[in-house]
Design a protein around this ligand. Structure first.
Ligand code: CP3
Length: 363
């Protein structure tokens, strides 16, 4: 607990070391920190070797495999942060809805949640016992990461609820919105329950040793601002606040969120993730100077020639204008067939060209 005699870590800038954590706190960094959403995964040959033998869920449930896969991009790319290898849908397993990753089809939830009865039947979740393998992977990673900060994560209540209701991935979120509009009591019961489970899960990860957390509201851009405010904001706020109260920086991420940014900021987060649909400086202006930003290269740019990649990396750095509080990332996760060399090249470019005040000549 913080008391008047124990200074908040943010009171003393020199206590926060490493470019990633410094940027989370909007402190000056030697170079702009860079990491990638989905930096571990099928685009990496060393991941595919492990994936040939084990399913995605098996990797997550074996802490030594999850730890190894977490380390692969740190070794191969030289990124400034690691993200724990897990999945936002793991809590669906102890909730009792049945999770499977069908080949080529993405996640399948066998018992989708559609009625109040279904919500009541969700089992209580104790993260330390039910998802203990995640916390074990975190503990295993402390030594080998050798000071590289580890990011824990969970899905935001809306995005997780959408999978539970739809039974898998969705384009229109029609079942989700139909529940919101036609049976709001069921929606609120479900998302309230999820906000408790996800808060507890994130807090358990922080207590196991992650140095920052990211809350993925990947699909929240499907909502209008007024629906976000009425149906989502209080629940996201609960998860973001629970993490914040543990004293680590919190990254709040979504896509297609240009019209939701002020509300997402109100929900919480020291860092707000921006996708490529909004120029980084425009997004940061809307958010204001009192939050950090993360983003926002289009993942498809990694399939372009090196010169084009360089132009676009430099454009983002120029828009950030050397202002403390920018974490370089993609606007969404790395795509499956992305050339590894291009990912590595971006890390090197960001480190070489940053932080870059506007108007400075580029090599
Ligand atoms: O490197 C990392 O970023 C850490 C690992 C990570 C995974 N999933 C592993 C994974 C993270 C952070 C996630 C988050 C996640 N999972 C999100 C939010 C991020 C985003 O992309 O918006 C979502 C929506 C999910 C749910 C999910 N998991 C889907 C829809 C799929 C299938 C789509 C696909 O790419 O196949 C997954 C599978 C998944 N989770 C993979 C990985 C590496 C690919 C599957 C594999 O190896 O078989």
């Amino acid at each position: 607990m913080q008391t008047a005699s124990t200074p908040l870590i943010t009171d003393n800038c020199s206590l926060i070391t490493g470019n990633f954590l410094r940027a989370c706190h909007r402190l000056p960094a030697d170079t702009t920190p860079v990491w990638f959403m989905r930096q571990a995964g099928r685009y990496m040959p060393e991941y595919r070797v492990i994936r040939e033998k084990y399913s995605l869920i098996e990797i997550c449930q074996h802490p030594e495999l999850a730890a190894e896969v977490t380390l692969q991009p740190v070794r191969a790319l030289g990124v400034d942060a690691a993200i724990l290898f897990a999945d936002i849908l793991l809590p669906a397993i102890p909730l009792g809805v049945g999770l499977e990753f069908a080949k080529g089809e993405g996640p399948v939830l066998q018992n989708p949640v559609r009625t109040l009865e279904d919500v009541k039947n969700l089992r209580p979740v104790n993260p330390e016992s039910d998802l203990g393998y995640v916390m074990d992977a975190i503990r295993l990673l402390r030594g080998p990461l050798n000071g590289v900060p580890l990011i824990g994560f969970c899905g935001a209540p809306f995005t997780v609820a959408s999978y539970l209701i739809e039974g898998g991935s969705s384009r229109e979120f029609l079942k989700t919105k139909t529940m919101m509009y036609s049976a709001p009591e069921v929606w609120h019961a479900l998302i309230e329950k999820l906000s408790v489970v996800l808060s507890d899960y994130l807090v358990a990860q922080i207590r196991a040793g992650v140095q920052a957390v990211q809350v993925f509201d990947s699909w929240v851009g499907a909502l209008s601002p007024s629906d976000y405010e009425a149906f989502v904001l209080p629940y996201s706020q609960k998860v973001l606040t629970a993490a914040k109260n543990e004293g680590v920086p919190v990254i709040h991420f979504g896509t297609n969120t240009a019209t939701l940014l002020p509300l997402m900021k109100r929900a919480g987060g020291d860092v707000i993730g921006l996708d490529w649909r909004i120029p980084l400086d425009d997004g940061w202006r809307v958010l204001g100077d009192d939050v950090a930003v993360q983003g926002n290269l289009d993942p498809a740019v990694l399939f372009a020639p090196r010169d084009e990649i360089k132009k676009r990396v430099q454009d983002i750095l120029k828009r950030a204008n050397g202002k403390p509080g920018h974490i370089f990332n993609l606007g969404h996760g790395i795509l499956q067939h992305t050339p590894v060399d291009n990912v590595k090249a971006i890390v090197d470019m960001v480190h070489e060209y940053s932080p870059l005040p506007a108007g400075e000549e580029l090599g």
